[in-house]
Design a binder for this molecule. Structure first.
Ligand code: NAD
Ligand code: UDP
Length: 314
């Protein structure tokens, strides 16, 4: 049995990873400052044997009592609205926070896993995106605060691996969705589902011809778990390669919710990537992983969670 620290443990992905780690018999220490996370995401874990929580901003020195075998570094604002509203915090958590978490991994002899992102590819000129593509990022655009922080975090992770010899992993996560996403986090799925459930117009940015590839959260967590246990140091894409235009995606969500709301168009955000689709050959070959949940099932399960929360809260 190992002891795992999850930074960003009260967030969407961090809380699902905590569930998975506990279910597989590991001890979990979750750490979060709640800047974009929610205590409700981990409320069910308090009091459960093997789970503990530390409220802390990881851009400051991190102290954890006792041994650690793995550090999963997930702390960071993640939705475009969040990181546009929190530009300095985003840059700090990707740089200073990653440095602190790596320092802790070195001190504890722990394996370090960085939650990186498909945004390291920027507005990609290679499609689908393979891990050996270096990307097309605008460093001074509004999304640069997130993209460059994550690119710095990858470089820092490799430096700790090369210079200090610590075991490291880098997962490049592509758009992931599922229960517990914040209703107002502005990402496409919570935006569309929330709007359709409230009977509001669904806002598609631009003409909706830009593409994304959506992965259900349980598939993502399984891929991350396998990567954590593997010996792979180089970045690995984890995502679902089934690509859709955002307009098609909005139509699917509207049809599923069944409220007959209108789709309206709004300005496309600056530097919004035109295409995105993971090449998951490496994950398939190295981890024997591929996604299992299709979009219909994933959307249905997410809708159940959204209905419950919207019914309860707004
Ligand atoms: P989220 O906002 O739900 O979770 C992030 C968590 O980190 C929140 O609980 C937040 O409070 C915490 N946090 C932020 N700054 C912190 C700090 N300084 N100290 C302590 N805690 C801090 O977002 P998410 O979707 O769960 O994303 C988690 C990670 O996965 C992020 O690193 C993100 O970049 C990465 N990622 C997510 C996706 C996705 O589709 N969900 C895609 C690519 C990458
Ligand atoms: N999007 C949209 N309407 C919304 C929210 C998002 O059309 O209300 C679009 C956004 O412009 C992007 C895609 O949906 O092209 C995915 O956006 P998201 O914020 O989920 O994540 P991204 O992949 O851009 O990081």
């Amino acid at each position: 049995m190992s002891r795992v620290l999850i930074t960003g443990g009260a967030g969407f992905l961090g809380s699902h990873l905590a569930d998975l780690m506990l279910a597989r018999g590991h001890e979990v220490v979750a750490m979060d400052n709640f800047i974009t996370g929610d205590p409700a995401n981990i409320a069910h874990l308090f009091g459960r044997p093997g789970f503990s929580f530390i409220r802390h901003d990881v851009t400051n020195f991190i102290y954890v009592d006792g041994p650690l075998d793995y550090i999963l570094h997930f702390a960071s604002p993640a939705s475009p609205i969040d990181y546009l509203q929190l530009p300095i915090q985003t840059l700090k958590v990707g740089s200073l926070g990653t440095h602190k978490a790596l320092g802790l991994a070195k001190a504890k002899g722990a394996t370090f896993l960085l939650a990186s992102t498909s945004e390291t590819y920027g507005d990609p000129l290679v499609h689908p995106q393979r891990e050996d593509y270096w990307g097309n990022v605008n460093p001074v655009g509004p999304r640069g605060v997130y993209d460059e922080a994550k690119r710095f975090a990858e470089a820092m992770t490799m430096a700790y691996h090369r210079f200090h010899g610590i075991p490291t992993r880098i997962v490049r996560i592509f758009n992931t969705y599922g229960p517990r996403m914040r209703l107002n986090d502005g990402r496409a799925l919570p935006a569309f589902m929330g709007q359709a459930l409230r009977g509001e117009d669904v806002t598609v940015f631009g003409d909706g011809s830009q593409t994304r590839s959506f992965c259900y959260v349980s598939d993502l967590c399984e891929g991350i778990y396998r990567l954590m246990l593997s010996g792979e140091v180089n970045p690995v894409n984890i995502g679902n390669p089934v690509e859709t235009t955002i307009l098609e995606f909005a139509k699917r969500v509207v049809a599923l919710v069944g409220s007959g709301v209108k789709i309206v168009h709004r300005d496309l955000p600056v530097d919004d990537p035109k295409v995105r689709q993971p090449d998951i050959t490496r994950a398939r070959n190295l981890l024997g992983w591929e996604p299992r949940v299709n979009l219909d099932d994933g959307l249905k399960w997410t809708l159940e969670d959204f209905r419950r929360r919207i019914g309860g809260k707004s």
